[in-house]
Design a protein around this ligand. Structure first.
Ligand SMILES: C[S@@+](CC[C@H](N)C(=O)[O-])C[C@H]1O[C@@H](n2cnc3c(N)ncnc32)[C@H](O)[C@@H]1O
Ligand code: SF4
Length: 378
C-alpha cells in the first residue's frame, strides 16, 4: 500500500536522556506537559485542511505521558483531524513507562502499531547506555501488549554500542525473534555531538559493528523478515507505512517541538527548544524555525538519497540520470549501486556504506554547479 500524507506528533519528554541520544527530548520537564499539549492543539489548528492517512506519535518518549495526559492527546487528535482515516497509527513507547492501563487507552484511541524501544536485552549494557528499564520490563510489556491484542509490534535495537559483543547482540536478536514481533528497527550507534558518549569520546569498532549488522541481516532473513529499508525489517505486510511516506518523498505534517514537515514541496523544522516552541505557538505563530523549498539539482539529490534507502531500489527520473551521470556511474563502478533496467539499488556492500553513497547526492556536488541550467526544467 502506497500512501502519501502522514501526520507526526512529537512528544519530547523522557525520564532521563540516554547517553547516546541527540533527539529533541528533555528530562525533568513533566511540569510542562499540559502546557505542551495545549500548544500542540493550537499548532494543529493552523492546519485545518490537512487530511492524513497515517499517524505517528514519536519522541522523546510518548509513553512518559500519564493515562490522563494520553486521553487529552487523543481528544486533540480526533477533534483537530476529524476526517482523518488512519490506515496506520503508531505510538512509540519505552518499557519502563507503558502499563496495562495505557495500553488499553492506546487501543481504544485507534493506535494499531506500537514501536517499543529496547536496544538490547543485556541488562548490564542497558545501564551503561543510560536506559531506564531492564530486560524483564521489556518482556512484561511485550506480553501485556500481546494479551491486549490488536497491535502490530515493532522493536528498536541497536548495535555497535561500547561494551557490546557479537554474541550478546545476536542473543538479544534471537530472543526478540522468539517473541515473533512484526517489525524490527536495527540502528548502528552514531556518536552524536553534545551527547554523553561524545563527551566521553566513545569510539565505534567499525569492523565489529559491521559484523553485527551482517550477521543480524542473515538472522532476520532466516526468520522470514524482509529487509526493506537500510535499518528496517518487517514480516510481509508489516512495513511502516508512515516511514515509507518519508522515504518516498511524500507529504507529512510534523507538529511539536523540533518536528519536521514536508508540505507543498517545502521542508520545514519547528523550533526545537521546549519553552520557546510553546511561546511561539501560543502567540499564534506557526513554529517553523527553518524552511526551504528544494529546487533543481538539490531536489533531485534528495529524491535519490531518500529513494535509495529502500532496499528494493529507486527509479531515478531522466533528469537525475543526466545531472548525476558521473555520480551514478562512479557508484556503479565502485560496486556500491547496481542497475536492473530502470531500477537503481544499493548493492550488499552499498548497504554497509550507505552514508558514503548518499553523500554523492548532497551539496556541494562533485562537478555540478548548484544552480545549473537544468533547474529551469524542473
Ligand atoms: C529517538 S528514539 C525514540 C523512541 C524511544 N524514546 C526509545 O528510546 O526507543 C528512537 C530510536 O532511535 C534509536 N537511536 C537514538 N539515538 C541513536 C543513536 N545515537 N544512534 C543510533 N540509534 C539511535 C534508538 O534505537 C531508539 O529506540
Ligand atoms: S533514546 Fe528514546 S528514551 Fe532515550 S533519550 Fe532518546 S528519545 Fe529519550
Amino acid at each position: 500500500m502506497k500512501l502519501s500524507r502522514g501526520l507526526y506528533l512529537h512528544i519530547p519528554f523522557c525520564s532521563i536522556k540516554c547517553f547516546y541520544c541527540d533527539f529533541t527530548a528533555f528530562s525533568g520537564q513533566k511540569k510542562t506537559i499540559s502546557r505542551y499539549l495545549a500548544a500542540l492543539d493550537q499548532e494543529a489548528s493552523f492546519f485545518p485542511e490537512f487530511n492524513p492517512e497515517t499517524l505517528y506519535i514519536g519522541g522523546g518518549t510518548p509513553s512518559e505521558l500519564s493515562a490522563e495526559e494520553l486521553k487529552t492527546l487523543f481528544k486533540i487528535i480526533h477533534a483537530r483531524f476529524p476526517l482523518a482515516n488512519f490506515k496506520e497509527a503508531t505510538f512509540e513507547a519505552n518499557p519502563e513507562s507503558l502499563d496495562a492501563d495505557k495500553i488499553k487507552i492506546l487501543k481504544e484511541s485507534g493506535i494499531n502499531r506500537l514501536s517499543l524501544g529496547l536496544q538490547t536485552l543485556d541488562d548490564h549494557l542497558l545501564k551503561l547506555i543510560g536506559r531506564q528499564h531492564s530486560s524483564k520490563d521489556f518482556f512484561d510489556v511485550f506480553s501485556n501488549v500481546k494479551e491486549a491484542g490488536g497491535f502490530s509490534v515493532s522493536v528498536d535495537l541497536m548495535y555497535g554500542l561500547p561494551g557490546q559483543n557479537l554474541e550478546t547482540h545476536l542473543q538479544t536478536l534471537k530472543r526478540v525473534l522468539d517473541l515473533s514481533p512484526d517489525h524490527i528497527s536495527l540502528y548502528g550507534l552514531q556518536v552524536e555531538d553534545w551527547t554523553l558518549f561524545s563527551k566521553r569520546e566513545v569510539k565505534i569498532d567499525e569492523n565489529l559493528a559491521r559484523e553485527m549488522f551482517e550477521r543480524s541481516i542473515e538472522m532476520l532473513k532466516e526468520a522470514g523478515f524482509i529487509h526493506y529499508e537500510i535499518s528496517n525489517f518487517a514480516r510481509r505486510g508489516a512495513e511502516s507505512l508512515h516511514n515509507k511516506i518519508y522515504w518516498g518523498n511524500g507529504e507529512y505534517l510534523g507538529l511539536g517541538c523540533g518536528a519536521a514537515s514536508h508540505l507543498n514541496g517545502v521542508r520545514s523544522t519547528n523550533e526545537d527548544r521546549l519553552i520557546p516552541y510553546c511561546v511561539k505557538v501560543e502567540s499564534g505563530q506557526i513554529s517553523a524555525s527553518s524552511s526551504e523549498k528544494l529546487k533543481g539539482v538539490e531536489r533531485l539529490g534528495e529524491m535519490a538519497f531518500l529513494g535509495l534507502r529502500m532496499i528494493k531500489g529507486y527509479v531515478p527520473p531522466e533528469e537525475s540520470l543526466r545531472v548525476f551521470d558521473a555520480q551514478w556511474n562512479s557508484l556503479i563502478s565502485r560496486g556500491l549501486i547496481e542497475r536492473r533496467g530502470d531500477v537503481f539499488r544499493l548493492t550488499k556492500e552499498g548497504v554497509f556504506v550507505a552514508n558514503q553513497v548518499f553523500m554523492e547526492f548532497v551539496p556541494p556536488f562533485d562537478g555540478i554547479e548548484l544552480r545549473s541550467p537544468s533547474e529551469a526544467l524542473l
